[in-house]
Ligand binder design. Structure first.
Ligand SMILES: NC(=O)c1ccc[n+]([C@@H]2O[C@H](COP(=O)([O-])OP(=O)(O)OC[C@H]3O[C@@H](n4cnc5c(N)ncnc54)[C@H](O)[C@@H]3O)[C@@H](O)[C@H]2O)c1
Length: 357
């Protein structure tokens, strides 16, 4: 097997949490170059990883011959320019979500990657959760019946602390919408199909975070209608005080259909709740072992915290798709589809009315 050289652009939180441990699982795959525009962060990353090829300029890094694929883990505003530069250099790209600042930019990225014949992937990490995968598997052949309702609720307590680039519109594009709801918009369309129209509202309740102005929303809610006729209700907040954060806080998805109901929460990685129409109510449904790890991934599900380690399967999928010359799941097209709904939500909140997606 030929060795694959990876460059990582952006050496912050998510690179350490997901990308580096995920890549370590992939055979004959080596991180050969690092880029961060903060010299101190870059130096620390180089020291901790032992990777000698570094640059503060992504233009230099994506052009290097030893680099075959690029992982983009920078603030949202720089995703499109970095991805387009990497694609122009013929490199495969895994980009963090939201992949762009708006739908037009996301579509441009997907079209450029397709035209160049490179692999492209959106880091919708929660698609890799075992219970979410099992849910997708169950409802595909019709275990839900006719879909009636999709419901998701993501409630965290981020308080009023400084969120860095995440609270600056020019760097992040959107607040809670892109940061958290984008994953749940992806679930919705993955499980139920395209959203046709929606009405949305956003709210910023904290204008100053840690002594710095915030110009982005802390809360967002969307009322949606799917093309198939089902309804959707999606809510996400950073200000659910007392609910804790990350996987310790509420991250809930419920699907109701003519045949029954399924409930998924991120905190329960190997269990769904299921109830049949007319039955006595919801009961736990264990996720079979074959769903604990992404197909083909060598990760041992018994090692580490399972609420963290499923995220490493995302890297395996990217590398496996490159090796087998097949599309990545989820691709830039999935990223762009979510971005279309995000744009519509912003438009609706501004116009204060229903809009078509
Ligand atoms: N998939 C997920 O579950 C998930 C979770 C967290 C974050 N994210 C996404 O990952 C991305 C990064 O988030 P993070 O939490 O790691 O942020 P972070 O602030 O911890 O890290 C970002 C890094 O990028 C560097 N950077 C900024 N601009 C750059 C540029 N032009 N060129 C090179 N380096 C640059 C910064 O110096 C910083 O080190 C965001 O898009 C975010 O939405 C995704």
């Amino acid at each position: 097997m030929k060795s694959l050289g990876i460059a990582i652009v952006g050496c912050g939180g998510i690179t350490l949490q997901n990308h580096l441990p995920g890549l370590a699982l992939c055979a004959e795959t080596k991180v050969v170059a690092l880029c961060d525009n903060n010299p101190a962060t870059l130096e620390r990353a180089a020291r901790e990883t032992g990777i000698a090829v570094t640059s503060t300029s992504y233009e230099d890094i994506v052009r290097r011959d030893e680099v075959q694929a690029v992982i983009i883990a920078t603030p949202n505003v720089s995703h499109a320019p970095i991805a387009l530069a990497a694609i122009a250099a013929g490199k495969h790209v895994l980009c963090e979500k939201p992949i762009a600042m708006n739908h037009a930019e996301a579509q441009q990225m997907a079209a450029a990657a397709d035209a160049a014949g490179v692999r492209h992937m959106t880091a919708f990490t929660y698609r890799f959760g075992p219970a979410m995968r099992y849910l997708g598997h169950l409802i595909a052949p019709g275990d839900l019946g006719v879909p009636y309702h999709y419901r998701s609720c993501r409630l965290q307590d981020w308080g009023t602390r400084n969120l860095g680039w995440r609270q600056v519109q020019a760097l992040a594009g959107t607040g809670e919408l892109g940061d958290m709801l984008s994953h749940r918009i992806d679930f919705a369309q993955h499980l139920v199909g395209p959203i046709r129209r929606l009405v949305a509202n956003t709210k910023r309740l904290v204008d100053d975070r840690g002594g710095h102005p915030s110009d982005l929303e802390d809360w967002v809610a969307v009322l949606a209608e799917f093309e198939g006729g089902a309804s959707g209700v999606l809510e996400s907040s950073k200000l659910a005080s007392g609910r804790n954060e990350s996987w310790r806080s509420l991250d809930y998805v419920e699907l109701n259909g003519s045949a029954g109901t399924f409930e998924f929460t991120t905190g329960k990685w190997n269990e769904l709740l299921h109830g049949k129409a007319g039955g006595p109510g919801l009961a736990p449904l264990a996720v079979p072992r074959e769903f604990w790890v992404w197909p083909g991934c060598p990760r041992d599900p018994g090692v580490g915290d399972p609420l963290v380690t499923f995220r490493y399967d995302q890297e395996f999928e990217f590398i496996d798709a490159i090796r087998n010359e097949r599309p990545c799941v989820p691709s830039f097209h999935d990223g762009a589809r979510t971005q279309g709904v995000m744009d519509a939500a912003l438009r609706s909140a501004e116009l204060k009315r229903w809009v078509e997606v």
